[in-house]
Design a protein around this ligand. Structure first.
Ligand code: 5GP
Length: 363
């Protein structure tokens, strides 16, 4: 018989942090760097836990160059050629992952990893992390390349998380359907609210010595903090970084109409705004750009979007890390690693006051 799981399933917007007594007098005392030690990878890493998604728009060399200054990680998209990667890694990039799917050329990947031991962080990213070939590939990679930091996904449950870690993954990428340009949920009916995913998957991973990356669904610094609060070791961002100079989407200008208030009443104003193109990796646009069209058996599970232009990614990162530091000072977490220990969430039915949501700020 078909079962219905009745445990409440929550998103980031369903909770808020409970403030607590703290030893921090200022957010500047909060340390957002963490020293990571892994289940399989023999080295340690010092990073702030934020990752740029391996999407064609956000997983760029330019993004990596900028994020390194914040000790943030970039998962490069998989459309760079081996030659481009080798040339890029001539300079040390200790926080940079390369990426592959299951259908990409394995021989080329093995050659790249085998001949370039300093390229030692690999993300195996597929939409449905439950297919048996992923586990098989993770095992093969771990056997052939015991020295690499291996991240694999995506899944949303503890059982598959543990399988992946025990098969050789250091980090499991968690999230099916929460992404800002993802339409998996409407196309397939499959998915899980992201906070509940992170809670279960992180607990399962930590139980067997692994880590997780909460992938997708963050809409602001508060959501990033909530992902850490729910137990994520890393948080992956697409949309939040896609409006920046370092993202690869084209910059376009659009006329937009906004409501604003004149002294004698509300009026509509038309003004020029800058946007950047952003698209899901299984959107029609991505299939056309990177695979020369869409295979007949597939349906698109991503969409295209214009994201407001936000300038250099450094501004966005300062905003995110400022927000996370502030969360830490509210809940008494002196270090990034301690956030989950200091987290108690309130279940809420309204996170924000949205009364002015449609109004443009006027100074
Ligand atoms: P965001 O931070 O924009 O909410 O989510 C980014 C994540 O969305 C990516 O890391 C990836 O897991 C997921 N994603 C990217 N492109 C697509 C797509 O076309 N379809 C689906 N279902 N998910 C996508």
């Amino acid at each position: 018989m078909t079962r219905i799981l009745t445990d409440e399933q929550l998103d980031y917007s369903d909770v808020l942090f409970q403030p607590k007594r703290t030893t921090l007098n200022s957010r500047s005392e909060a340390d957002v760097l963490r020293e990571y030690a892994f289940r399989w990878y023999p080295k340690t890493l010092k990073a702030c836990g934020i990752m740029a998604a391996n999407m064609a728009t956000t997983g760029t060399f330019e993004m990596n160059d900028a994020l390194e200054k914040f000790n943030a990680i970039t998962c490069l998209h998989k459309h760079y050629t081996a030659e481009q990667l080798v040339a890029y890694f001539k300079k040390p990039h200790p926080l940079t992952f390369i990426c592959t799917g299951l259908k990409d050329n394995k021989d080329n990947l093995f050659k790249l990893l085998g001949e370039n031991p300093h390229i030692d962080k690999l993300c195996v990213d597929i939409a449905n992390g439950y297919i048996p070939n992923l586990l098989k590939f993770v095992k093969e990679l771990r056997t052939r390349f015991p020295h690499i930091l291996l991240m694999a996904g995506n899944v949303v449950t503890g059982d598959m998380t543990q399988d992946l870690i025990l098969s050789g993954a250091d980090i499991v990428k968690a999230g099916i359907g929460p992404g800002s340009v993802c339409i998996t949920r409407s196309q397939t009916g499959v998915g899980r609210p992201q906070l509940s995913t992170v809670l279960e998957v992180s607990d399962a991973a930590h139980g067997v010595g692994g880590m997780i990356c909460a992938d997708g669904g963050c809409t602001g610094p508060g959501d990033v903090a909530k992902a850490f609060g729910a137990g994520a070791d890393f948080v992956m961002l697409g949309g939040m970084l896609a409006g920046t100079d370092e993202a690869a989407g084209k910059r376009v200008e659009r006329l937009v109409q906004t409501d604003f208030f004149e002294p004698d009443g509300k009026t509509l104003k038309t003004e020029k705004r800058l946007f950047k193109e952003f698209y899901g990796m299984s959107s029609q646009l991505a299939q056309q750009k990177h695979f020369g069209g869409m295979a007949k058996y597939r349906t698109t599970e991503g969409r295209e979007k214009l994201i407001p232009y936000t300038g250099p990614v450094a501004h966005v990162m300062e905003d995110i890390l400022g927000g996370v530091r502030s969360t830490m000072s509210y809940i008494g977490a002196t270090k990034l690693k301690y956030i989950p220990k200091c987290t108690t969430f309130y279940r809420v039915n309204r996170q924000l006051n949205t009364v002015f949501a449609n109004m443009k700020d006027i100074d």
